[in-house]
Design a protein around this ligand. Structure first.
Ligand code: MSK
Length: 648
């Protein structure tokens, strides 16, 4: 008998899923069995951009048969490219609108208009001011912060010129972007232009379309996302390594469990602060609890983990399972990756699903809109709703399974850890790449996908990479999956890493897989890659580095935007999941998978086999090592005085 396909790979989720099944509670994998993906739409062959369609144009079944076009004559290439671009637009808009919310609160905080928020990292504020070309001489922090806030907000509506962050990229990369005419002018403008150009009867050439797709994706990675990360760091603190725990076992039977889910840390930061208020703690005790336990799901979780060590209950495909434990008194959601099904599951338990963003309502949920001008009281009101709900709990079944992890590897922290406080630098990393102890760098990021076994692609890929001495930088739900598997501890290097990487991890005391944050924090990976280039010895551009990126279980449109900004930044980027959204058009797919490398030095690729994915990434890394002339191990050379004089 064929083995039944597993939905979850971690024991906590398997236990929770079985419990849910016994209680006839349907969750995402049950719906996935009931609803198969459309084989035409999933590969980009369906156009629904006008009222004459949808036009579905699958590849002809018989050889020699002419392929149909849409009613307007749109070809498979145009249709696939338009669909791809709209995904980039949605992804870029999501990250960037998050960035805008942060920028608006940052400016209000800088002006002293909203209590509760302040500047925590003055060093980073000064660095950002200089990046933005602000003259800081003789100015106080408040004035500088206001100028940074105003410049940040202006980036969204800017109509001409170049985004300020573009200058942070290696010179050679900037030249490529300028030559190709893809330097973003303003964040909003690039998204709007995609929506225009993909409208019926506008841009009908996939190469021309992809130029705009690239421009908008760069506006995300080197714009909206980067702003979100930097301004959040300045307001809430730049992450440093923290110890925490991850998986459903972090929920507590005797405490009020408040689970924060979504992406923006603006409210969750306040919830963390409010949960420590003695009055609120007393209120929880009065209701029969021993305290308040804050935990997270998805990327809001990553945000408060990185800065406060708040435990993580799970990643994307665990959001419903968390509620089925019966232990969550309130699940507080903001934006992105929040399943509408949560309310159905919550209604089977006592859990209150609380929506907090004016941008994201859920039918049936309790809306407590977040008022950033009275943030602390908003947070307290939310906590009190959860606390009031604690006595309503019925059956509680929390899987007693969790894992330890170390998170908080911002670019600044990696710089410091590698080089030490007196000479913070990427030099030791570059040297270890050059001497071959570290074979290369991989970014493994992104979602879970209910068409694959949760986390399995991530974990198989990551283990293959570190076994082959490739250090892994991770964010988003991938990072949470790695945490559950115990890969985010220094000890993991002893068990899973190859000898070279193990030696480096042991010496520095870091895990072989570095948790760098949430989805918007992929911008940290861009900055880290740029720092490696600028450190010297590994080429002049990101595309020269022995590095590769992957989203092994992609699901969200944000992943497509991220993928395109990595490709356009010069990174070989491979996706896994049930399908790649353009393969219905072989010509357009060839453009992404082959031709793009000639333009940007990076390209797309796809396989749903994680071992094959690792092989391809390592093959690319080895190709880059060869091009750099560091593919052969060099023998140790003992220098005599004459050699030393020559070096000097
Ligand atoms: S939460 S975008 S499922 S990583 Fe950022 Fe996870 Fe993907 Fe959402």
């Amino acid at each position: 008998m064929p083995e039944e396909k597993k939905h979850y790979s971690d024991k906590a989720s398997i236990e929770a899923y079985e419990n849910a099944k016994k209680d006839n509670i349907l969750t995402v994998y049950d719906r996935a069995e009931d609803l198969r993906p459309c084989p035409i739409g999933s590969v980009g062959d369906c156009c629904k951009h006008c009222g004459m369609g949808p036009c579905r144009i699958p590849a002809p079944k018989k050889e020699g048969e002419k392929r149909k076009a849409g009613l307007c004559g749109a070809t498979a290439e145009t249709i696939a490219a338009r669909n791809f671009l709209r995904m980039i637009a949605a992804g870029s808009a999501s990250h960037s609108d998050h960035g805008r919310s942060v920028a608006e609160i940052f400016l209000a905080a800088a002006k002293g208009e909203i209590p509760g928020y302040k500047i925590k990292d003055e060093q980073k504020l000064l660095a950002l001011a200089l990046d933005f070309g602000i003259n800081i001489d003789g100015k106080d922090m408040k004035t500088i912060a206001i100028e940074v806030g105003e410049k940040s907000i202006a980036q969204f509506g800017q109509q001409h010129g170049e985004l300020l962050y573009i200058k942070k990229a290696p010179e050679k990369r900037q030249e490529i972007w300028r030559k190709m005419g893809v330097v973003p002018r303003g964040i909003d403008r690039e998204v709007v232009e995609i929506m225009h150009r993909t409208h019926m009867g506008v841009d009908q050439d996939y190469k021309s379309l992809m130029k705009q797709g690239t421009r908008a994706a760069l506006a995300d990675g080197w714009g909206g996302s980067m702003l979100a990360t930097d301004l959040q760091d300045i307001m809430f603190g730049t992450p440093v390594p923290v110890y925490a725990e991850v998986n459903l076992g972090v929920l507590k039977k005797d405490q009020v469990n408040i689970v924060i889910h979504g992406h923006e840390p603006l409210l969750s930061e306040m919830i963390v602060v409010a949960s420590q208020d003695p009055e609120i703690k007393k209120y929880a005790v009065a209701k029969g609890a021993t305290g308040i336990n804050i935990a997270g799901i998805c990327c809001t979780a990553n945000e408060i983990l990185m800065r406060h060590g708040i435990p993580i209950a799970g990643n994307f495909l665990q959001q419903e399972l968390a509620i089925t434990t019966g232990a969550i008194d309130a699940m507080v959601v903001d934006v992105q990756c929040v399943m509408q099904a949560l309310q159905n599951v919550a209604s089977c338990f006592h859990t209150k699903l609380i929506t907090t963003s004016h941008q994201a309502g859920i039918t049936g949920a309790t809306a407590i809109p977040f008022n950033e001008h009275d943030a602390l009281n908003s947070a307290k009101a939310i906590l009190k709703t959860g606390i009031d709900n604690f006595p309503n709990r019925k059956n509680v079944a929390i899987p007693d399974i969790k894992s330890p992890m170390i998170a908080g590897f911002s670019h600044e922290t990696i710089n410091y850890l590698l080089g030490g406080s007196f000479r913070a630098s990427y030099r030791p990393l570059n040297d270890n790449i050059i001497n071959g102890r570290i074979r290369g760098i991989a970014g493994v990021v992104g979602c879970n996908n209910a068409r694959t076994t949760c986390d399995t692609n991530h974990l198989t890929l990551v283990k293959e990479l570190i076994k082959n001495d490739v250090i892994v930088l991770t964010t988003g739900c991938s990072a949470i999956g790695c945490g559950k598997e115990g890969l985010l501890t220094p000890e993991a290097a002893m068990e899973f890493a190859g000898p070279g990487l193990r030696e480096v991890c042991e010496t520095v005391g870091i895990p072989p897989v570095l948790h760098m944050g949430a989805c918007v924090d992929n911008s940290r990976i861009l900055i880290a890659a740029t720092a490696v280039v600028k450190e010297g010895g590994l080429g002049n551009d990101i595309s020269d580095l022995p590095a590769a990126g992957a989203a092994p279980e992609w699901m969200s449109e944000k992943a497509i935007a991220i993928g395109q900004y990595f490709v356009a930044s010069g990174v070989y980027t491979i996706f896994g999941g049930s399908a790649f959204p353009t393969t219905g058009s072989p010509e357009f797919t060839k453009y992404l998978f082959e031709d793009m490398e000639k333009i940007y030095g990076g390209k797309w690729d796809y396989t749903n086999d994680p071992v094959e994915m690792a092989r391809k990434m390592i093959e690319h890394i080895d190709k880059k090592r060869k091009e750099l002339g560091i593919d052969k191990a060099k023998g140790r050379v003992l220098f005599d005085m004459a050699d030393r004089r020559e070096l000097a």
